[in-house]
Design a protein around this ligand. Sequence first.
Ligand code: GTQ
Ligand code: FE2
Length: 340
Amino acid sequence: MKMELNDLNDSLAEHDLSGFWNTRTPEHQDEAPYLWKWREVYPCLMDARESVGLELAERRAIRLVNPQNPTRATSRTLLFTFSVVNPGEIARPHRHNMAAIRFVVKGSGAFTLVEGERFPMHEGDLILTPNWTWHEHHNESSEPIVWLDGLDGPLINALNVLFFENYEKDTQGVTRADGDAQMRYGFARPPAHAEFPGRGLPFCYRWEDTDASLHNIVDAEADPFDGHLVRYTNPVTGGYTMATLSCEAQMLKPGWVTGTHRHTSTSLYHVFRGRGRTAVGEGFLEWEKGDSFMIPNWQWHRHENPFDEEAVVFSMNDRPVLEALALYREEQRPGGNGGR
Ligand code: GTQ
Ligand code: FE2
């Protein structure tokens, strides 16, 4: 005799099984974009400078929480935090298989020590700590230093593959000359270093070079959806910054309006210079120097600079992951004014 559907469903449930006819896998759901104002973030960082001791906290880092995100991260895959280190402090060495980047926001004269090499920090510099590289931060200057950390933590957590290790001493020590990574992997390279580990390289991109590269782009070469944009590429492969994330810098000239597009990668932005606005979702995110914002995946967006001063925005996205898994898609509505 034929079993009733309800009885079958009950019987499946009893055996920890479920019929595909009962639940439909949810399709992509739109998430809200979000903006964090520097004028709200900065005072919190300054308060943390006094209230939180680095001996206990290991890192004095404050994360940007997207209130709609179930894990209280900045996005489903990527995280932004701001770190502050006081003069004379050391954030002790550790390593983890989250990949991390530092984009220096305020201050000068501190350094991050990665795999034995000191990388001096100046405003606008980008320093990479690829997954499983030992890293620690020292501030030997007389002012606090503030930087933006970008991490692939939410992705690593979703895959449940986070590993974390503390260094057994207070410092790993300096074992390489200043400029070692640049000399090995930059323009003039010993043949033995034509290869590199797949996780990416400890590396520093100086702001002067990024700024010069942005201004070297002629208008005709500007990206239709991002304006004058550069990607921070792996110096050996020319590919994405690291395996799980891509870093970019873009300049929107006064009056520039981009075309509109959407894609399956998620982007986190930090405004380095000037101000502008991004049309996304129902309205505009109005941003200025120091602000950060998140554009969720598959949301139509367009950038505009209606002001008479150049705007420069740093960003980080998970496109390398989507592409590696053959999940990258993009739709475009060309438009914009190319600065006219
Ligand atoms: O500087 O090593 O914001 O490991 C989060 C995790 C910073 C760091 C963060 C980290 C670090
Ligand atoms: Fe770390």
